[in-house]
Design a protein around this ligand. Structure first.
Ligand code: NAD
Length: 492
């Protein structure tokens, strides 16, 4: 068995780059990639790094498999199972890639430099510096939208990064343990046991489902004294949850939530948040408005994306970006409109698609193909120029050299024609709790809507196959088995 494990380990690591990081090659262009999310990492995965001096900059030194992030909030999955260190990813590249753990604070498209700062706790001498680029890919994602609603930033938990999931997990157990504390008043127990989720998009829905599972399968058994007080409320401003899914899946989700005893308040817009309450305005069926105050123990805010300051700053520096609101407007080759040598991928780019992991990863793959192609084109053009020059110097070999030039030109014509980026939608999946999932999948050019237990198995296998590495896959399967066999870990 040990030999078997050793063999698997060998198989996974054998193709790693053995050389330490080298100095940049002055004959190659410097390609700077900002971010380590879906867009940037998909680009890195397929990029032939031998063609450029590649530098990756991100405040996060790992890739995060975000589709399983809601499962980390309840401990169904442990957070490290869905993280993959960027240095492990870079080590398997053919030519070495430099990584700086830093945040980009501004981009100067005229001087072609990125200003970065190190936000670590053990700062060295250098905390802020500039990195020049020849080509730049902006894949910094987005931040959480709060729409300037008072109290949101101070009092709610978001669900975007691994730290958010850990904060939520601690907070759930803090609420449970405090509610179970000696001599709590019934009102206080009700408040602490009320978990409020704002935003009925896939993030809010998946989190609400995971939370209800956690309660039903574990908390109820281990802390029975507060079990009849636990409530989950989902607040959504639009008339229904999961607006991007088909009508029958919306209905299925809403009726499953009813069975799971998750309260849905649609047509209800949150206006204010305090440390213990959420204030919302609901529109009644007759069109009149009503203000509702929800006391809460945990508040999770999942109302979608907003543009990051570094992207806003870049947009202000480029006149052609003036009318873009949701991020960097890009053309069909993902080039930032109005800028030279800057591309954008993922949630910070506006290419006409929803801000999803699927779009970002296809954009990253496309840029890798484009950049590999650009390098090959340049190499072939140089060869042709070199051979054309030698035609005059070596009159005897003209026929042979001309044949060679023709062959290179043929190759050039073949690869030069890169088709514009086209997104191919594979479908949408969401877990809705009690081992049920909903799926809108594209099947032989048609749309298939599926829901229920079998869809849940499909959801599981799809996410397992999409995990970044074999290591991640094994860890996630192990976590699922562990929480099934022994229950989730309630320690705070
Ligand atoms: P979202 O933008 O999809 O949904 C946010 C919801 O919050 C909207 O329905 C909006 O009406 C509501 N809202 C906004 N302000 C509100 C307020 N003040 N009060 C009440 N409700 C309010 O956000 P998301 O769920 O974080 O998803 C972001 C993107 O990521 C989307 O494109 C989504 O499709 C994608 N995503 C997909 C999956 C999946 O496919 N499983 C999972 C997570 C995210």
């Amino acid at each position: 068995a040990i030999a078997g494990v050793a063999y698997i380990g060998y198989g996974i690591y054998e193709d790693r780059h053995p050389e330490p990081q080298t100095e940049p090659d002055p004959t190659k262009k410097t390609l700077v990639i900002l971010g380590t999310g879906w867009g940037s990492v998909s680009l890195l995965k397929r990029l032939d790094t031998e063609n450029y001096n590649v530098i990756v900059i991100s405040p996060r030194n790992y890739f995060l498999f975000t589709p399983l992030l809601p499962s980390c909030t309840t401990g169904t999955i442990e957070h490290r199972s869905i993280m993959e260190p960027i240095r492990t990813i870079l080590r398997s590249k053919k030519a070495s890639v430099r990584f700086y753990e830093a945040e980009a604070s501004s981009i100067d498209p005229d001087r072609k430099v990125v200003r970065i700062f190190d936000n670590s706790e053990v700062k060295g001498d250098m905390t802020e510096t500039e990195v020049p680029y020849d080509m730049l890919v902006v894949g910094v994602g987005a931040e959480n939208a709060t729409f300037g609603i008072p109290g949101v930033r101070e009092h709610s938990c978001f669900l975007k990064e691994i730290g958010d999931a850990q904060r939520i997990r601690k907070r759930i157990m803090d609420c449970v343990e405090t509610a179970a504390f000696k001599d709590q008043s019934p009102e206080e127990i009700d408040r602490l046991m009320h978990m409020v989720v704002v935003g009925g998009g896939p993030t809010g829905v998946e989190f609400a489902g995971e939370l209800q599972d956690f309660f039903e399968e574990d908390i109820k058994k281990l802390v029975p004294e507060i079990s009849d007080r636990f409530r989950v409320t989902l607040i959504e401003a639009l008339p229904n949850v999961l607006p991007s899914f088909s009508k029958q899946l919306i209905e299925y989700t809403e009726s499953t939530f009813k069975e799971e005893k998750i309260n849905i308040h649609t047509k209800t817009m949150v206006k204010k948040v305090t440390d213990k309450t959420v204030e919302a305005v609901a529109t009644r069926p007759d069109g009149t408005k009503e203000t509702i105050v929800f006391p809460y123990g945990l508040l999770v805010w999942a109302t979608g994306n907003a543009v990051r300051p570094v992207v806003q700053d870049l947009m202000q520096r480029i006149p052609a970006q003036k009318n873009s609101r949701r991020g960097l407007a890009v053309n069909e080759y993902l080039v930032v409109q109005g800028a030279r040598d800057i591309w954008a991928v993922g949630d910070c780019a506006v290419a006409g698609y929803a801000p999803t992991a699927q779009v970002a990863s296809q954009e990253g793959n496309f840029l890798a193909r484009l950049f590999n192609n650009m390098a090959r084109t340049e190499a072939l053009e140089n060869k042709i120029a070199e051979l054309s020059g030698s035609l005059n110097l070596q009159p005897g070999n003209t026929a042979e050299i001309s044949r060679e030039i023709e062959e290179y030109e043929r190759q050039l014509r073949r690869i030069k024609d890169v088709k514009p980026f086209h997104y191919s939608h594979q479908g949408s999946l969401a877990y809705i709790g009690s081992e049920k999932a909903v799926a809108d999948v594209t099947w032989f050019n048609g749309n298939v809507a599926a829901a229920g237990g079998l869809t849940y198995l499909f959801w599981r296998s799809a996410y397992i196959s999409m995990c970044f590495s074999t290591r991640n896959r094994l860890l996630v399967i192990n976590d699922w088995l562990k929480s099934k066999l022994f229950g989730r870990d309630l320690s705070r």
